[in-house]
Design a protein. Structure first.
Length: 278
């Protein structure tokens, strides 16, 4: 929307020259700003009770319970560290396999969803499938696979794979749509087929970006796999849930420490790998 802006000259410091001032907003622009931010404020006020903010005073009312929890949480029980490290390693493996399978699903989906490669009649349904995969929460997909394959890490792997495939397919397709058409036209000029155009003209351009996206998702999947453990999909999340149910806050503290260390190491490793791609 164009703004009916007026500029007033302002004297520049140190000399007598005039420099243009910042544009002034029109009444229509101010009205739109007031409408947007006013609506935001109204939503906040209207949802104050819905999100139960008045009960925030209970944070200070249950001081004895908080002190007991804090006392145990600040005194972790390291006697089970080997077992919990093993569970964390299983969680990382779940995330790794889930991301690995997601990449293989995302690559063909992204190519079929790229407007500069695929026909419109194919792009639209493939993008809707990608939307569906992204929109269903991991926990819901995980519950479905727990019913299908039973409790254990396989349900977590499959849940992460489907959800991540939708996310990566979206990112991969956007990378493909922004490629330079020159290399593709060059391969096409040699008389090569469509598959060769993609292999030699598209993939080399997007491979570094695709790898970076996959590494980012592996980082987030390491945390998602922990949450999936709460529904019986294996890993350290399941141990965390059992400790919470037993009010064993010393073990909860140990698990939290292990998760923090593991996620930090994964982030550092992923960052180092991304730098090598540049």
């Amino acid at each position: 929307m164009a703004l009916n802006a007026r500029r007033r000259p302002v004297a520049a410091p140190g000399d007598g020259s005039q420099v243009p001032a910042a544009p002034e907003k029109s009444a229509a622009a101010w009205s739109l700003d007031i409408l947007l931010w006013g609506g935001f404020a109204v939503i906040l006020i209207a949802s104050f009770g819905r999100v139960d903010l008045p009960n925030i005073v209970n944070i200070f009312g249950n001081s004895e319970n908080i002190r007991n929890y804090g006392k145990d949480f600040l005194n972790p029980d390291f006697s089970q560290w080997r077992l919990m490290v093993g569970q964390m390693w299983l969680t990382v493996q779940i995330a790794l396999w889930g991301t690995f399978l997601a990449v293989f699903l995302a690559v063909p989906l992204s190519l079929m969803a790229s407007r500069n490669l695929a026909p419109a009649w194919l792009v639209w349904p493939v993008r809707r499938v990608m939307d569906l995969l992204r929109s269903i929460p991991d926990l819901v997909i995980g519950t479905l696979f727990i019913v299908a394959v039973g409790l254990g890490p396989l349900a977590g792997v499959l849940a992460i794979a489907l959800n991540t495939a939708g996310v990566l397919a979206k990112l991969f397709s956007e990378a493909v749509e922004s490629i330079d058409k020159g290399p593709v036209d060059g391969v096409k000029a040699t008389g090569a087929g469509r598959l060769h155009e993609i292999t030699w003209g598209v993939i080399p351009q997007v491979a570094p970006l695709w790898t970076s996206f996959a590494l980012y998702r592996f980082e987030s999947n390491s945390r998602a796999a922990t949450v999936l453990g709460l529904i019986g999909a294996g890993g350290i999340g399941q141990a965390l849930f059992e400790s919470l149910q037993a009010f064993d806050y010393r073990t909860v503290s140990l698990i939290a420490i292990i998760i923090i260390v593991a996620v930090t190491l994964i982030d550092m490793l992923s960052q180092a790998m991304r730098k090598r791609l540049l």
